[in-house]
Design a protein around this ligand. Structure first.
Ligand SMILES: Nc1ncnc2c1ncn2[C@@H]1O[C@H](COP(=O)(O)OP(=O)(O)O)[C@@H](O)[C@H]1O
Ligand SMILES: [Mg+2]
Length: 505
């Protein structure tokens, strides 16, 4: 065949040219519009998850693809959409601005400022859905992520890269635990993303205020999709927040992300699916709700050296009704995560805050990340408390108690009191260790609630005044040697004697 220079030139030109743009001139129209959704026709080439432009800043996501029409989730108010209006393809999936410039800001589910400030300029965009890192890009959870809460750090320890569910009925302190954990990241270098889903505006304002008052505003991005906004925004919010967390973690940083809460997220997804007439499954949730949450939480983890070495620790929150842990969404999330912190209304009624029920709470991977000395003190905590509660139950029947039983009851009560902690008061690990050791060894036996609180304060002050020995012990990963135990207990005894709570223990 003769050489045809012309054809080769053409081939060169084709190969070096950028790929063809999707035909953005494609315009369809709204057929029908309902609460948070629209049916669109005339965009035969649109793809699933593609973002559509409804004009005047409103966008939507292609949710259902049918031969002649699209089911579209609106990412803004429905009121501005009328049947017959133009809809344009964008050729892109939904992306949000990401980057460290968002720290200190409150943004909506599309990354637009909600704090009255200007949008940071020139931020890179990142698709809200990405594939989770594969097994080869991951490393085991091995470093603690301290919550600053004794009941959690001692008995349900969380590790960096772990996914730990916070679960309980309403008003049991779920949000409080999440916010306190964020506050405890002050001066640790861990960056935080707090994603509020379907909450009322005043609840979000309260969380933002607590983060600011605790000095963590500059280390936190708040992403909010409120209950008065389009359900589509609630649906995309956790994915958008995760994209922001991934961008922070890509700089080899440790990131903590809170989803508060995924019950509201599941409800938005159910609402959208029912409006778009997807067939409902169990409890009227669409059949893929498990996958919707699994693929979100899979993106958390401790990443290996090949993947930057950062980590994303996820604390999803889920609200139960009447303590029903076996409802569909809670069981899904329990099976997706690496453990759960269960908050019990029974403990709330007794004013035992944080209301962590140690009998039902577990941390499947965090124990390996807990410092050895801390584990040596806290290891028996769960057993001590459950034996005490059994005994307490029994003692309620007025049975006459012998001296040994009375002693055990008073020890159990002291240990339970030692786990009490007010909100917004995260406690460093060395102080936690000293307080718990003192309680387990009987130094707080027989004190009433007020006296126990004062005694714990005295011990904490003594630990702070005694230098870095206990902190260094925890950081070293050494076991708790008898001399460490003796030193800490001496310190505590002396503090109690000085504060007038001397015991003869
Ligand atoms: N450690 C605590 N000490 C005292 N009160 C607490 C504590 N944690 C939470 N609370 C109170 O319990 C109530 C419910 O807390 P919240 O975190 O909003 O619960 P949830 O998110 O489960 O609905 C709030 O009034 C809060 O102030
Ligand atoms: Mg809450």
């Amino acid at each position: 065949m003769p050489h045809d220079g012309h054809a080769l030139d053409l081939l060169d030109a084709l190969l070096s040219a950028p790929p063809p743009e999707p035909e953005l001139s494609e315009v369809g129209h709204v057929v029908e519009v309902g609460d948070g959704i629209a049916i669109v026709a005339g965009l035969a080439r649109a793809l699933t998850d593609e973002m559509l432009d409804f004009g005047s800043g409103l966008s939507g996501i292609v949710f259902d693809l049918e031969p002649d029409r699209l089911g579209v989730v609106l990412l803004g108010p429905t009121a501005s959409v009328v049947p017959g209006a133009d809809v344009r393809r964008t050729g892109r999936v939904v992306s949000v601005p990401v980057g460290a410039a968002l720290l200190g800001r409150v943004v909506d589910a599309l990354g637009r400022p909600r704090d009255g400030g200007d949008a940071p300029a020139d931020l890179p965009l990142r698709p809200i859905e990405t594939e989770a890192p594969g097994i080869l890009d991951r490393a085991p959870v091995a470093r603690p992520l301290a919550t600053g809460l004794k009941a959690v750090d001692a008995a349900v320890p969380v590790g960096k890269g772990q996914r730990e569910l916070i679960i309980g009925d309403r008003q049991t302190g779920k949000t409080s635990i999440a916010i306190d954990t964020i506050l405890n990241q002050k001066d640790t270098g861990v960056l935080c993303v707090y994603c509020a889903i379907g909450q009322r505006g005043d609840a979000v304002a309260k969380a933002v205020g607590a983060i600011r008052d605790g000095g963590m505003a500059e280390g936190t991005i708040v992403v909010t999709a409120g209950d008065e906004e389009a359900p589509g925004l609630s649906w995309v919010a956790p994915y958008a927040a995760m994209a922001m967390a991934e961008a922070l973690a890509a700089g080899a940083r440790d990131v903590l992300i809170v989803f508060d809460d995924l019950t509201h997220h599941a409800h938005s997804y159910r609402e959208l699916s029912l409006l778009l007439r997807r067939p409902p499954g169990r409890e009227a949730f669409p059949g893929d709700i498990f996958y919707v949450h699994a693929r979100l939480l899979e993106r958390a983890g401790q990443f290996g050296p090949g993947a930057g070495g950062g980590s994303i620790t996820a604390l999803p929150v889920v609200e139960t009704q009447a303590e029903n842990l076996s409802a569909y969404i809670p069981t899904n999330l329990i099976s997706i995560t690496d453990g759960q912190i269960y908050l019990s209304p029974r403990l709330v009624r007794r004013n035992q805050f944080p209301a962590v029920d140690l009998g039902v709470s577990v941390s499947r991977v965090g124990g390996k990340a807990q410092a050895r000395a801390f584990r040596d003190v806290a290891g028996n905590l769960r057993v001590t408390l459950s034996q005490f509660e059994e005994l307490e139950e029994f003692a309620r029947f007025g049975t006459r108690l012998d001296e040994g039983t009375r002693k055990r009851l008073s020890r159990g009560a002291a240990v339970r009191a030692a786990l009490r902690q007010p909100e917004r008061a995260p406690m460093p690990a060395d102080e936690q260790l000293a307080v718990l050791l003192a309680a387990m060894e009987g130094l707080l036996d027989g004190l009433d609630e007020g006296a126990a609180m004062a005694a714990m304060e005295a011990i904490r002050t003594a630990v702070r005044g005694a230098g870095d020995a206990t902190r260094d012990l925890i950081a070293s990963g050494r076991p708790l040697a008898p001399e460490d135990r003796g030193r800490i207990l001496d310190l505590a005894r002396q503090a109690l004697a000085e504060a007038g709570h001397g015991t003869d223990a």
